[in-house]
Design a protein around this ligand. Structure first.
Ligand code: NAP
Length: 250
């Protein structure tokens, strides 16, 4: 019997990378997975992959930067599966790379809209559905850049720090109502977010930032998302867990 048997889970941005790995692992562990992404082709492919392997999944297109898409995602989930037990707010973008003074205004707005406001909109509509379902767990995907800064990514760093703070605030509000809310901070993970934006030399430089001597994999991150989404982490709420090959220990 899987760790998430018959649990209903929404995973945003699960057409690729970390979200995709989490969706596949959740389905293997018995969850009914709502694969959601702005990218319809990739999202549908992940839902079909899960179904082919004998798992339960369906796809809902949602742009998490739009409140109405988050509302619709929760409504479609409850209409299809009758409840919501777990939400993984994972959708995110890297955004432009530049000094703060030169940072493009539209790039700032886009990163904040998706990486921070998107998580708030998710919580806003997921929490009432979790309460109606008798409680559940939310996992917000922040970053090591939710704990420390880096040069040339002011919007991403600000948004991910915001996700860590938002997670704590919401966790306190619902801790006594059977809802646990946590965030995680991956180091550099070899997903399309990195491989589509950084060249091999920069990726190799990123390796040197991790004492463990390599980048992480999406599957390794999915294991922490599974633990925090499951009742195995039943005394954990409002926490931020780094999963970073030692990056933040330095
Ligand atoms: P990824 O491979 O690019 O996957 C992200 C997915 O989210 C893509 O399918 C993307 O679609 C989708 N997406 C983008 N904007 C969206 C929106 N507005 N609404 C819904 N879906 C949207 O990235 P990843 O590396 O797996 O990242 C997942 C999360 O982990 C992000 O929050 C990221 O910040 C965080 N993270 C990643 C790393 C890393 O090193 N990879 C490290 C720390 C934290 P498109 O492909 O069409 O854009």
């Amino acid at each position: 019997m899987g760790t998430l048997m018959n649990k209903v889970a929404i995973i945003t941005g699960s057409g690729s990378g970390i979200g995709r790995a989490a969706a596949i692992l959740y389905a293997k562990e018995g969850a009914k997975v709502v694969v959601s992404d702005i990218n319809e082709e990739h999202g549908r492919a992940v839902a079909e992959e899960i179904q082919r392997e004998g798992g339960e999944a369906f796809f809902v297109k949602a742009d998490t930067s739009k409140p109405e898409d988050n509302k619709n995602l929760v409504e479609q989930t409850v209409a299809k599966y009758g409840a919501l037990h777990i939400a993984v707010n994972n959708a995110g973008i890297a955004g432009p790379l530049s000094n703060t003074a030169d940072y493009p205004l539209d790039g700032w707005q886009k990163v904040i809209d998706i990486n921070l406001s998107g998580v708030f909109y998710g919580l806003k509509y997921q929490i009432p559905a979790l309460l109606k379902s008798g409680g559940g767990n939310i996992v917000n995907i922040a970053s090591i850049l939710g704990a420390v800064g880096t040069k040339f990514s002011p919007a991403y760093t600000a948004a991910k720090h915001g996700v860590v703070g938002l997670t704590k605030a919401a966790a306190l509000e619902y801790a006594d109502q059977k809802i646990r809310i946590n965030s995680i901070g991956p180091g550099y993970i070899r997903t399309p977010m990195l491989t589509n934006t950084l060249d091999e030399a920069t990726l190799n430089m990123a390796v040197s930032l991790h004492p463990i001597g390599r980048l992480g994999t999406a599957e390794e991150i999915a294991e922490l998302i599974l633990w925090l989404g499951s009742e195995k982490s039943s005394f954990v709420t409002g926490s931020y867990y780094s999963i970073d090959g030692g990056y933040l220990a330095q």
